[in-house]
Design a protein around this ligand. Structure first.
Ligand code: FES
Length: 325
């Protein structure tokens, strides 16, 4: 069972988010910055399930970053962010933070929690995908769960290697060459006891390797868990109209504007977190029309059924899409 302790509420913004102060910045690896955040004045921050995200307001955007702690209530949150020069600006915002800066965050959101009934946890990380795995590994070690971590990274570019060695001991298997990682992973996936769950986060080829190898070996889909960085770069799409079944409203969604953004601009509140088709927070029920799915959250059967849409990235195949709003 995931252990979660309660904590007193952190300083809140008017919108209900957390007001935090940058308490430390350090290089976790070339191009990867670790930022430590605390409450102004100190005190415990809310606990969270391992693998959770913190959603930071980064200028005019909100980006989700994995928390690297074990999830217990603690006086600080830590995130490690890879600088992406061609990204949306979120990573540049984080890399520009200095000690003493104030930031606003939504409380931790769980989207990649360990399965409490798993008999063994096979953790697989590539590059910056190690951040949620560090959280999983810390929690598994703290609570005595059976686990091992396969971590592939470029030579000399591994983040949190010393911490991982401390946390995992011989359960850490690190690789600086992709071929070695894939060979070892293939063997591990083929030789797991019943009840193992595999969790993977990293570049798309690594995710695909784990998912396809596991499927080929007959792993049930519900024992394979993937945390993706974001939906692929998306084209602007075609304009359509969102019909709101309960309120009777009609919201035009122009090309280049997400369904989520159009709904928000029309005054329709929709929960959201990553805004990248990954977290599942913005799921809406579709009552008529065919969604054009572009998310990485819904499963293939859910995509095929067409009764839900992740409105931050997905659109409509038809001129109109009716939503249960
Ligand atoms: S906000 Fe995360 S999937 Fe849409």
């Amino acid at each position: 069972m995931t252990a979660v302790l309660s904590a007193p509420p952190a300083a809140a913004t008017e919108e209900g988010g957390l007001l935090l102060t940058v308490a430390g910045v350090e290089e976790a690896a070339p191009g990867i910055r670790t930022v430590t955040l605390r409450r102004p004045g100190g005190g415990l921050l809310p606990a969270y399930p391992p693998g959770s995200h913190l959603v930071l307001s980064c200028g005019d955007r909100r980006n989700a970053y994995s928390l690297t702690g074990d999830g217990m209530a603690a006086p600080e949150y830590r995130i490690s962010v890879l600088l992406c020069p061609d990204g949306d600006g979120g990573s540049a915002f984080v890399h520009a933070l200095q000690v003493g800066d104030a930031v606003v965050a939504a409380g931790p959101r769980s989207a990649f929690a360990p399965v409490s009934t798993a008999r063994h946890h096979l953790l697989v990380a590539g590059g910056i995908g190690v951040t949620p795995m560090l959280s999983h590994a810390r929690a598994a070690a703290r609570w005595g769960r059976s686990f091992e971590l396969f971590y592939g990274h470029r030579p000399g570019a591994g983040a949190h290697r010393a911490e991982l060695a401390d946390v995992c001991g011989p359960r850490l298997r690190a690789f600086e060459q992709a071929a070695g990682l894939l060979d070892a992973l293939g063997a591990a996936l083929a030789d797991q006891p019943m009840g193992t769950h595999v969790y993977v986060c990293g570049p798309a080829p690594l995710m695909a390797f784990v998912e396809e190898t596991a499927a080929g070996l007959g792993w049930p889909g519900d024992r394979v868990h993937a945390e993706r960085f974001s939906a692929a770069d998306l084209d602007p799409g075609e304009p359509f109209v969102a019909r709101l079944a309960r309120s009777g409203g009609r919201v035009p969604v122009p090309a280049g504007v997400s369904l989520l953004a159009a709904l928000e601009a029309a005054g329709v509140a929709v929960p959201s977190m990553c805004r990248q088709g990954v977290c599942g927070e913005c799921r809406l029920t579709v009552t008529a029309g065919r969604p054009l799915h572009r998310d990485l959250y819904l499963s293939p059967p859910e995509h095929a059924s067409g009764d839900a849409v992740m409105c931050c990235v997905s659109r409509s195949l038809d001129d109109e899409l009716e939503l249960d709003l």
